[in-house]
Ligand binder design. Structure first.
Ligand code: UD1
Ligand code: MG
Length: 435
């Protein structure tokens, strides 16, 4: 049997009034990524023939977020503009020109359902194909159905209608099954049905949720399929739901690391970006943040209360302790910064010991400058390294030393004081840059 063609429409034009922000709702981030990008990734994961993203409120910003997606493919993804936000049905109507000539199944997704994955979309498309219905609604039973459209079925379980929360009477509100805002439609029925939508509801909007009822009235079969895990299709309409979605996403990411042998002592207080990497045998203590792109090797120790920022690489066996911030820095094998330090734009050699309170003063108010700490160097507590600066191999600094920019400490030498002076008789050769 030939698989029918699939197009995906992502509705992402709404303002998101309940977020109480001017920022378009779909650009709020879950696990460091705009919601619309999560939805786009799920869509592209099923290798559709076409994707249409409907933009409107903050169109330029939403477009550029979508274009910036790592999976973005300009040959597949098109944009449609919904100038005025007149409802989800109207938004889908605005996508029709971009679907012209397309025959097959149109999956319609909401840009505010960020936890959905390709797997769920495949389930929806398969159920739709199996039933032969012209429209299939993906439904679920959330812990609290408030705010969602209720799914009304007849006594035999057939889909009758979707009734929005604000338009529902008391009895309809008691229905536990709700609309996920994800649908499969036969492309052929969309133009004529969307034209017939009316806005006689409490919001005066054109609802896509009226499409099943309109089809049924003409005797065209419609269906509904329920997903069992509510969390994959939960919608985000306010900041509380955003936080809940982030927690789910975060937990998913941590499960991946746990399965790969990373010991996470307290997942509830640990944040690791999905695109960070952490080697097996590494132990992450509570209250640790590991941001996007960071690479942590094997058998490292991180935290508690550590923050590893973009561009950080910890080599195997490195140890980063409490209240240490590391940014764009390589920390060599077995090197240690156990207490209260800031390492930015630095390169720390293997086995170096970074004393408590060490700071790389990397910013002069205009530019960032690099710091190099050689292998086996030992920095005393409270050392300030004013970049650009190099501390040589096995060099030592005394507590409170302020090593000035360009001065550096030669390999094997000991530097003490403010500004730091080399202790006579120490050191094997001048550090680079000092001549
Ligand atoms: C919608 C459904 C509701 C469902 C819920 C699931 C309707 C009328 N209601 O409600 O049945 O239970 O999703 O999460 O569809 N959008 C546009 N243009 C518009 C309006 C909205 O593109 O004019 C986009 C939004 O950006 C958003 C999506 O459509 O991504 C859903 O809109 P939203 O206002 O969040 O609808 P809900 O009230 O959540
Ligand atoms: Mg919504």
């Amino acid at each position: 049997m030939k698989k029918s063609a699939v197009a995906v429409v992502i509705l992402a034009a709404g303002k998101g009034t309940r977020m109480r922000s001017e920022r378009p709702k779909v650009l709020f981030e879950v696990a460091g990524r705009p919601m619309v990008n999560h939805v786009l990734d799920a869509a592209l994961g099923i290798r559709p023939d076409r994707v249409v993203v409907v933009v409107g409120h903050g169109a330029a910003e939403v477009r550029s977020a979508v274009r910036g997606d790592s999976l973005f493919d300009g040959k597949v993804v098109r944009f449609a503009l919904q100038k005025e936000q007149k409802g989800t049905g109207h938004a889908l109507r605005c996508a029709l020109p971009a679907l012209r000539g397309f025959r097959g199944t149109v999956l319609v997704l909401s840009g505010d359902v960020p936890l959905v994955g390709a797997e769920t979309l495949r389930t929806l498309a398969a159920a739709h194909a199996r039933s032969g219905a012209a429209a299939t609604v993906l439904t679920f039973r959330p812990a609290d159905p408030t705010g969602y459209g209720r799914v009304v079925r007849d006594s035999r379980g057939a889909l009758l209608d979707i009734v929005e929360d604000r338009d529902a009477d008391f009895e309809t509100r008691t229905i536990a099954e709700v609309n996920s805002g994800l649908y499969a439609f036969d492309a052929a029925v969309l133009p004529s049905t969307l034209r017939r939508l009316r806005s006689a509801n409490s919001q005066g909007e054109f609802y896509v949720t009226d499409v099943p009822r309109l089809l049924r009235r003409e005797g065209i079969p419609v269906g509904a399929v329920r997903v069992l895990e509510p969390e994959v299709v939960s919608g985000v309409n306010d900041l509380s739901e955003l936080a809940a979605a982030s927690a789910v996403m975060r937990r998913r990411v941590l499960e991946r690391f746990l399965a790969a042998g990373v010991e996470i002592v307290d997942p509830s207080s640990t944040f690791i970006a999905p695109d960070a990497s952490v080697g097996a045998g590494t132990r992450i203590e509570p209250f640790t943040v590991i941001e996007g792109g960071v690479r942590v090797g094997r058998s490292c120790s991180v935290g508690p209360f550590a923050r590893l920022r973009r561009g950080t690489v910890l080599e195997d066996g490195a140890s980063i302790g409490n209240f240490v911030e590391v940014k764009a820095t390589r920390v060599g094998r077995g090197a240690r910064a156990r207490h209260l330090a800031y390492l930015g734009d630095a390169d720390v050699g293997a086995g170096a010991n970074i004393g408590a309170g060490t700071i790389t003063c990397n910013y002069d108010g205009r530019r960032k400058h690099p710091t190099v700490v050689g292998e086996g160097a030992f920095l005393g507590s409270g050392t300030l390294l004013v970049a650009p600066v190099t501390v040589g191999r096995r060099a030592v600094t005394g507590a409170g030393a302020v090593v000035l920019a360009g001065k550096g400490v030669p390999a094997g030498a000991t530097a003490v004081g403010v500004p730091a002076r080399i202790v006579p008789g120490t050191g094997r050769r001048p550090a680079r840059g000092r001549r």
